[in-house]
Each structure stands twice: as structure tokens, then as C-alpha cells.
Design a protein around this ligand. Sequence first.
Ligand code: BES
Ligand code: ZN
Ligand code: ZN
Length: 463
Amino acid sequence: MVQLKISSPSKNNINLYYKENVNELPARVQEVITDPGALNVTYMIAPAGINLYVCLGEEAKVKNNTYRQAAAKSYKQAKDLKLKDVNLNVENASEEVVLAIVEGILIQSYEFLAYKKEPNPTEMTVNFNVDKKYQILLDNALKVNDKVSIARDLVNKGNYDVNTLTVCETVLDLAKKYNLKATIIDDKELEALGMGLICAVGRGGATPPRVAIIEYKGNPKSKDVYALVGKGMVYDTGGLNIKPTGAMETMRSDMAGSVTVLATTLALADLKVPVNVTCFMALADNGVDAMSYKPGDTFQAYNGKYVEIGNTDAEGRLVLADTVAYAVDKYKPVQLIDVATLTGACMIALGHNTAGLMTNNSEMVQKLLENSRKTDESMWELPMLEEFSEAMKGQFSDLKNISSEKYGGAMTGAAFIKEFVGNTEWTHIDIAGPSFMDKPTQYYDYGATGFGVRTLVQYFESL
Ligand code: BES
Ligand code: ZN
Ligand code: ZN
């Protein structure tokens, strides 16, 4: 746990320096900083305490994300040095810069200790040498990060501990804590509602499918409701089209979309952002079982369309399709955003650290991109061409769940979901890459990142 304070000075210091000021540093530190801007952290043990130094490079060229990374790296070093408290010093930082530094420390301070015999959580107080007026910014950043950590915990825990039923229990507990209305649709009701796709995916699971709905009404005067829909595959074995070794190991993270929308909704509630958001978690376990749905099966979705199964590993679009169609029909949202670890193809297109955005409304995607530039959660728009929709048409059925084209897998996945949104303004966010890190990256350690929460919160704050 990290505590953030203003004006409770420590004898230890983290000093963020610009290249222009390097010559003011002690000679020994100057020797070590051979490559200013490389964010190498050096430290000196002084009689009074320990001083850490990070050179950010030329002030004019320093980006917000550089501050985030520098803060995270020096926090990590302070943790390795077992410091209990430290001041963070940076010259005349603007609000944006203070926020970036605070975020870097908070994100980096996340520890997942549930599977340690002796957890030993880090306890550190970071004292920001900034104006008192930034207290509210610190408090709000903490509130958001709390929810990001909830999302990270749920993904990091194994499927043995986190299944469709335990997620629903967690949702109900959290909804109570934040005074939000929560509803769980169980498998029998899903069947009765005609949500044949999520039922099909969930049939081979160890626990049955569920849709969890959490409603936040931050703007009671307005009738406008925004819908967030998340893919919550508590585990994706691939189903009967089973994933090979090397592709399955991290598939407990296939629920990242659902916890991202949950965490966003909780954060909006905690921050009292004046907006109405209803979030839908499409929960299922894509398992291998005698009851598993099979390639060549055809199922009817909530909106009546028939879908032939070409591959049981393209299950995310199925659970999303039903849930999106349900959300649109029952809640008539002004906008709908779905978040999903949908395709490996999106990672091939954009790399590990960038989410793909696909939309039927370019204004909406521009706003999301603008906000993602503020949070430095990297996002990039991918095109939604008519040919991608063509490629998802079935032989006998209205649709099939895999494309007849080899290329463009991220977009054909989105083109499938598009068939279920009707005229609603919609953006699909594919977070297959950035939701989970195989190795420490920027301010993330190995594991779940909670990617997307900060941008979505920022998006709703900007409306
Ligand atoms: N959950 C996977 C996508 C994924 C892959 C997420 C790697 C995170 C990391 C998804 O359900 C899947 O298996 N998609 C298939 C789709 C294909 C069968 C059309 C894929 O990407 O290969
Ligand atoms: Zn899959
Ligand atoms: Zn999946």
C-alpha cells in the first residue's frame, strides 16, 4: 500500500531532473547519468537519508508518460531500498504532470500477493512537494486506482478462484458498497430471454453463464444512459477447438473487458461524475465438456439472428452479441462501448501495448482517442469496411462466428458485433494486447493492467 501525502516531509528524496539541470547534481550522480532521458535511476546515501535521481531529458521534450514512467521507476527503486517514506520533488509541475506522476506511482505500487505464503505488502508514504490545492487530484487518482486494482486482482486470480458465480458475488458486494443497483441474469433467464449465443458458449463451462448489470445514475435529471458492455470469459480454453500450449496459459485474463467496465462504473460512482452509466458483464466459461457447443452448430441470438459456429474459440463475439443486443433493446442507450480481449489479430496489427478501436460513429471514436492521449493508454482506430461485414455472412444462417477471409481478424470480429448494435452509436475496444503483460512494461509489472479504466473514466468526465 502506498500513501500519498502533501507536506509530510521525509529525509529521503526522489528528484526528477531535467537535462538542463544535470550539472547541479552531485558529481557521482552526473557520472552515472550518461544517457539523460533513459530514465536510469541512481541513488546516493547521504548522512540524513537516501536521495534518488532520475533524469527526464530535456524539459521541452518531456511527455506526460515520461513522468509516469520516471515516477514508477523511482518508486520501484525506493521499494527495493525498503524506504518507508520518501519525498517526490519535481520543479513547478503543472496539474497534468502531477497527475501523471501520481498515476505512475499508484499503478506501479500495485502488488498481487494472494498466492504468497508470506504476503509482506509494501508500506510506503510518498510525500509530494506540491501545492495543497492538488489534494483533491491525489484523492481522485486514488479512487480511480482502487478500482483499477480491483480489476487487476480479478484477472490475476486463477479460474479456480474466480468463476462466473464468484464474479457475481463480488459484483453484488461492490454494488452494495457503492450504493448501486445490481442485477444478475442467470442461465435459466438467459435461455428464457432468447440469449442463445451466451448460453451456447457457457454450456461446456464448469459454472453457468451470467450477465451482471450494474447501474450508476449520476445525472438523474437526464434520461440519457450510456452502456458499457464487457467480455467476461472467466476462462477461454478455446472450447472444442481447443487452444494449443502456449496460447492458453494466460486465458484467465479473457475476462478483462468485463472487469474494466465494472471498475469504470464503480470509479464514476465514487467520483460522482454526473452521467448515467449502466454496465453489463457478459460472463461465461468456455470449457471443454460433453455439453460444449460444437463447430457446425447454429444458435439464435437475442435479436433473432441465427449464427453458425465455425470455431468455438471465437466465443467472445457471441457472448457480446447477445449482451449488446439486450442492452440496446432494454436500456436504449445513447452510446454503447464494448470492451473485450477479442482477437489475437488485434495484437498482430497493433502490438502488445495498443488497443484497437472500431466504431460506427467517427465522432465518438475521436473523443475516445482524445481522452486516451491524456491517460496514455494507447489506442488506435481500425477501419470498419463493408467487406468485413460481408465476410461474416453465413451459408445457411444469417451470420457465422468466423470470417471467410484470412486477414483482418480484429475488424471481422467487430463487424460481427456491429450486427447487434442497431442504430446505437457504438465503439468496440479490443484490449487483447494491453490488458495483460507477459513481462514488466512501463509502469506495469507482470500480469493484469486494468487497461482502459482511466481512459473511460476520463471519457465520461469529458462529456
Ligand atoms: N480470447 C481470445 C483472444 C485473445 C488472444 C486474447 C490472445 C488475448 C490474447 C479469443 O477468444 C480468441 O481465441 N480469438 C480467436 C478468434 C479466431 C478463432 C477467429 C483468435 O484471435 O485467434
Ligand atoms: Zn477464444
Ligand atoms: Zn476469448
